[in-house]
Design a protein around this ligand. Sequence first.
Ligand code: PLP
Length: 457
Amino acid sequence: MPTDPVPELLSRATELLEEQFAALPAFDSAANPAAMARVLEGVARRLGDNYPYFHPLYAGQMLKPPHPLARAAYALAMTINPNNHARDGGRASSEMEIEAVREIAAIFGWADFLGHLNSSGTLANLEALWVAGQLAPARRIVGSEQAHYTHQRISAVLKLEYAPIAADRRGRMSMEALEDELRKGDVGTVVVTLGTTAIGAVDPLDEILALRSRYGFRVHVDAAYGGYFRLISEALDEPARRAFAVIGQADSIVIDPHKHGLQPYGCGCVLFRDPTVGRFYKHDSPYTYFTSRQLHLGEISLECSRAGASAVALWATQKLLPPVPGGEFALGLARGRAAAMELDRRLREDKSGRFQALAGGGPELDIVVWKAKAETPQQSSALAQKIFAACTLRDLHLALVELPLRWFQPVAGFESANGAGTVTCLRSVLMKPEHEAWLDAIWERLTAASAEVLETG
Ligand SMILES: *Cc1c(COP(=O)(O)O)cnc(C)c1O
């Protein structure tokens, strides 16, 4: 592991923070450092039972280590433990949330908007669909069958009817299938995913917006995972580039700073293009309010208590790495994507005939999926599991994903299956900038593990 800068950063900053409260009378703390140290040693031992998410050889699930500055700022904020429900709970951190969210909205070209942080993308999507339901209570919500599984569940919680729309072999929402639903005349909201969780597919937002002007519906963009790619959308391939270019025309957007934004978990974000939807949040809780007349974030959020520390960590990270096109943060996204493109190229060009990439083309963002070539889908799935396990023994951590068989070209002379059903595939989310430099090491381990699996059966 590289030297962790956090302890030193934190000790200097903690002194500075404590100085500001130095005029208060001293009091004794009940803490017992010796006992705490013993327990914390136990915690450290327990935490070793994890995949090494921080390491570039962890290239499996959608996990990106928080930036050291985010960790330090979060820990520093814990001295105060602010609650961004109301200014009474966190004056400074409420301001920092407003500023940080303004910077995120600017990614999408929004200056006059309503938005705030949430504890997760799921909660952020819940708020967006709740507002959609307030505006059109009797109308249906639709989203691609590749949309995040929580949309269906959220709709059920909100008592809104939800229907899945078929996806094409690239995992993008099918426009024919969507228009079939729209013709029924009762669709209130289309959930458009820019960056699906499974393979990073990008729904054709530009075409969906054209349908909006004909059929009239609300567009909610779930960019929990993919939202930051707006910063490098010029470098994406068509049609993803077109979709990201018009993201600012959505009615609401969800983006997760705890996915691609270098934040600890507990940091989602919902944005509404029309700030007047704030009226739906009105409530008259008698006990929380208020020692100031300024906006309290609890008045525009479904959640009550929220971690001010999340806002502090995000604010600090964005000060160091502003989320702007051409900045260091954006370049980091581009490097992960370059790693994904390169892995996909090697899988396609590999002469061993062990791998099979998606028939429709390479990654739209930075997620690569592939299957093991075999006579039957069952054999292919079993091989994927074995390769996954053999990679783990070489410290390379990939992930598995269940994908429709029809997304792959039938193997000539091999699989007779007609494309119905699913197959277990290998999946690698190359979301760390370091993945680009580590691609040779990843490839070496993957090919060695795969060769071993095929030799030993
Ligand atoms: C991760 C994800 C979510 C859910 O977000 P959480 O922060 O895990 O609750 C929703 N939609 C998409 C597209 C995602 O990738």
